[in-house]
Design a protein around this ligand. Sequence first.
Ligand code: MN
Ligand code: MN
Ligand code: MN
Length: 295
Amino acid sequence: MMAGSTHYAARPMTIFDLHCHSTASDGRLSPTDLVARAHEHGVSVLALTDHDTVAGHAEAALAASACGLQLVPGIELSTRWDKHTMHVVGLGVDPRNPVLLQHVEWLGEVRRQRARDMGAKLAKLGFTGVYEQALAEAGEAEPTRPHFARALVEAGHVQTEGEAFKRYLRRGKPGYATAAWPDLEQTIAVIREAGGMAVLAHPHGYGWTGAWVRRILEAFVGCGGEALEVVCGGSTPNDIRDMSGHARRFGLYASQGSDFHSPATPWIELGRLAPMPADLKPVWQAPQVAAWLAA
Ligand code: MN
Ligand code: MN
Ligand code: MN
């Protein structure tokens, strides 16, 4: 597809997918292949939101301009509030912002330390070499738990990555190590400093009760958070109804994204999302995101 193609203009509507991963973090597709797949699935506006890195952005931007897809720069930052680990997506961040890049450096060190801790715990269980294999799986990316899961499968200690999490890698399991993530206030400040909007990612995915969601959203809004991911790849109608209610109650913008990682999990696909309730304010109308679409 040539640049300036009218391919997506001919589609009945614009499909936004504002959350996905490439090999720059724990995704399975390169930024180029990810953009091509998004385009094939009718996505016209994509945000690449790798965990704690913007390393995939430049390659994704080249691929996007080649096929006429609009790319919004993004990142998914790991953070904590009152012992709760959570993910905050930064949409519309300047990928060259020095404050953001410094934060990314810090997160890389947190991930490397956690990987060493997990490697040591797994070695104690007799799984020597899994740490080295996880680093090999990560390649140029920072090591994440899915890389350890793949390494455990590779070494034949478990059958599937799901089993690796269930038996060893989840919180409370013998291969799990905590990570000293930066706190929520600082994380949101970095996103804002880089010109982006802070979006609380997959809010139904943490196992929080409604009361906890309200308490955490109060803190999130107090720190400068402005949006909630109301529609995710795995959202049920109930999830969407609940999260729409929270978005209205707190006056938040609403975002949507598949959180696509891999073609091997076909129940999550780029651009395949339930409709967002029409009365919500979509994030693409917010200046931090709209600025990238006008360009
Ligand atoms: Mn991931
Ligand atoms: Mn996440
Ligand atoms: Mn994600």
